[in-house]
Design a protein around this ligand. Structure first.
Ligand SMILES: [Zn+2]
Length: 160
C-alpha cells in the first residue's frame, strides 16, 4: 500500500458513488504522473484529494466562513466537515482545534489548481499533516466508509 493505492482506491470510490464522473480518469492520470515526479508523495495525494473533492462537489470552503459566509481573516481557523469548510470565530464550536494559516494557504493554492507554484513550495511534514487532515476529514465525512488505504497511511505514520 502506498500513496498510489490511495489514489487508486479513491478513484474507484468516486466512480462507485457517482458514476459516471467526468474527469476522474484524467484526474487519476494526472495524480499518478505527479506522484511519479514528486519527491514527497504526500503532496501528490493531497493535490488529488482536493481535486477529487471538487469533482464530487464537496470542495471545502476556504476563503469565507462555511456557516455565515463572511470573509475569513488571515488567522488560524476551525475546520468543520459537517459545515463543509472553515468557520469564523463566532461560528466555530468552543475549543475546536484550529488549523494554522499556513495550511489554509496551501489548501487555497491546491484548490486554485496552480500546480507550478505548488511544486515549488517547501512543505514541512507537520504542515502536510494539517493539510492532509482537512482533506481526509472532509472526504470521509462524505463517503459512507473510511478509505482503507488512507487509514493505512495514518496508522503507518502513527507507528513511525
Ligand atoms: Zn461565520
Amino acid at each position: 500500500m502506498s500513496h498510489a493505492a490511495v489514489i487508486a482506491e479513491l478513484a474507484e470510490r468516486v466512480c462507485e458513488d457517482r458514476h459516471p464522473v467526468d474527469g476522474v480518469y484524467e484526474l487519476t492520470v494526472t495524480a499518478l504522473d505527479e506522484l511519479a515526479r514528486e519527491t514527497d508523495p504526500r503532496r501528490a495525494s493531497a493535490y488529488f484529494l482536493m481535486q477529487a473533492l471538487d469533482l464530487l462537489g464537496y470542495a471545502p470552503q476556504l476563503s469565507v466562513c462555511a456557516s455565515c459566509e463572511q470573509q475569513l481573516p488571515a488567522k488560524p481557523a476551525a475546520f468543520s466537515p459537517a459545515a463543509g469548510g472553515f468557520l469564523c470565530d463566532r461560528d466555530a464550536p468552543v475549543g475546536a482545534p484550529l488549523v494554522p494559516v499556513a495550511a489554509i494557504k496551501v489548501l487555497r493554492l491546491i484548490a486554485s489548481g496552480d500546480l507550478q507554484t505548488y511544486r515549488r513550495l517547501k512543505l514541512e511534514p507537520a504542515l502536510m499533516d494539517d493539510v492532509e487532515h482537512v482533506l481526509t476529514t472532509q472526504l470521509e465525512h462524505h463517503l459512507d466508509r473510511r478509505l482503507k488505504s488512507l487509514q493505512f497511511l495514518h496508522d503507518m505514520r502513527a507507528h513511525s
